[in-house]
Design a protein around this ligand. Structure first.
Ligand code: SAH
Ligand code: SF4
Ligand code: F3S
Length: 372
């Protein structure tokens, strides 16, 4: 029995595919590179931008032919797209040959659903659930091991779909995280551990007693062994002096911080509900650079947020110029149904978004060139 997984989206999804793979291999399936010969095909989807969704629709649509050739093929679609009612509906209506539709909260049930799907269609979307601690991971990222430390996001940036498809922030217990890290280190196969969460530095606020992210880092790095720890993504509003100090002084922590700014303009930051100003962000950057020599700082930016004027966009360029990042990701704003920003007036035409994203990327290229 053979399986194939196609993964879209962020590291969270990549890591969750490692769990799906573990579950399938436990059931006796073996991975195949070739979709055509698989008995089970899983699409782990992403809903962050329209482009991501279109790619998924196109690729799932193309499976119709395979299913016709081999009706016993089981096709499962999971992840952030199916967690949204509207897109789940599209899958049901447009792609009736899909056997299993499941969301982000019941992913660990995929094995059971595959067994059930031999006789009937399975559509099951849970709204919220506890974190699964039972299933392991079939790690696929070389000497790096991903470790999820939290689920969901409470920030509700007005452009973002993640809080709707991943639910509220839920931290994993310190005990479970430490146990997982110890097992990873003991296996001797990994020299890097990357902690994952939509907002890692707000870790532990929901635990009792409360634990801070820097305390968690301290505990993880006190585990004996030769390994380095990285983490993503950090939110500027939750960067504390304690955290900067911990990164600066702890040899086991990588000197790399992904700190998305999203925009360099205060009016846009406010509309985005990012909860910091340009000045506050720059202050954090100065502190980080002062305390952590040779630190690598990277960021994400969105251009063409509703009502963004040309001069407000120039503020983003000047921020990038000022910080001199080691790398950035630049995205054209993509309206996501159900989010606050999608309903805002003053949506920016695609052509202008394209011009802005190109300008931003060209600036980044110039800065990189100068740095080298
Ligand atoms: N939790 C992380 C990552 C979120 S998704 C964070 O807060 O940084 C990764 C990136 O996708 C975001 O940083 C943002 O730049 C981008 N993004 C999110 N929603 C978007 C949208 N609707 N349109 C365009 N880019 C978006
Ligand atoms: Fe989305 Fe904002 Fe949460 Fe990141 S912090 S996942 S951008 S809502
Ligand atoms: Fe995409 Fe979901 Fe990650 S929407 S970016 S896969 S959390």
């Amino acid at each position: 029995m053979l399986y194939h997984i196609v993964t879209y989206g962020c590291q969270m999804n990549v890591h969750e595919s490692e769990k799906i793979s573990f579950i399938l291999e436990e059931m006796g399936y073996t991975f195949t590179e070739k979709r055509e010969e698989a008995d089970v095909i899983v699409f782990n989807t992403c809903a962050i931008r329209e482009g991501a969704e279109e790619r998924v629709f196109g690729n799932v649509g193309a499976l119709k032919r395979l299913k016709k050739l081999r009706p016993s093929l089981i096709i499962a679609v999971c992840g952030c797209m199916t967690q949204k009612e509207e897109t789940a509906k599209v899958f049901k209506q447009k792609f009736p040959f899909v056997d299993i539709i499941l969301g982000t909260f019941n992913l660990h049930k995929i094995g059971q659903y595959i067994n059930e799907a031999k006789n009937k269609k399975v559509f099951e979307l849970w709204q919220e659930g506890s974190l699964d601690e039972e299933k392991g991971y079939n790690r696929t990222s070389g000497q790096n091991a991903w470790v999820n430390i939290m689920q969901g996001c409470d920030n509700f940036c007005t452009y973002c779909i993640v809080p709707y498809v991943r639910g509220r922030e839920k931290s994993r217990s310190v005990e479970n995280i430490l146990k997982e890290v110890k097992d990873i280190v003991k296996s001797g196969k990994y020299n890097k551990i990357t902690l994952l969460g939509q907002n890692v530095n707000s870790y532990g606020k929901d635990l009792s007693p409360k634990v801070t992210f820097s305390e968690l880092l301290k505990l993880i790095t006190s585990i004996e062994g030769d390994f380095k720890v990285g983490f993503m993504t950090s939110h500027p509003k939750d960067i504390t002096d304690q955290l900067i100090n911990e990164i600066a002084t702890n040899d086991k922590i990588l000197k790399e911080i992904h700190l998305p700014a999203q925009s360099g303009n205060n009016r846009i930051l406010k509309l985005m509900n990012r909860k910091y100003t340009r000045e506050h962000y720059l202050e954090i950057i100065s502190k980080i650079k002062a305390k952590i020599p040779n630190v690598k700082i990277t960021s994400d930016f969105i251009v063409g947020f509703p009502t963004e004027t040309e001069s407000e966009f120039l503020d983003t360029l000047s921020l990038v110029e000022q910080v001199k990042y080691d790398g950035i990701f630049a995205f054209m704003y993509s309206p996501r149904e159900g989010t606050v920003a999608a309903k805002m007036e003053g949506q920016i035409p695609l052509e202008i978004k394209r011009q802005r994203v190109n300008k931003l990327l060209a600036l980044e290229k110039k800065i990189q060139k100068e740095a080298n």
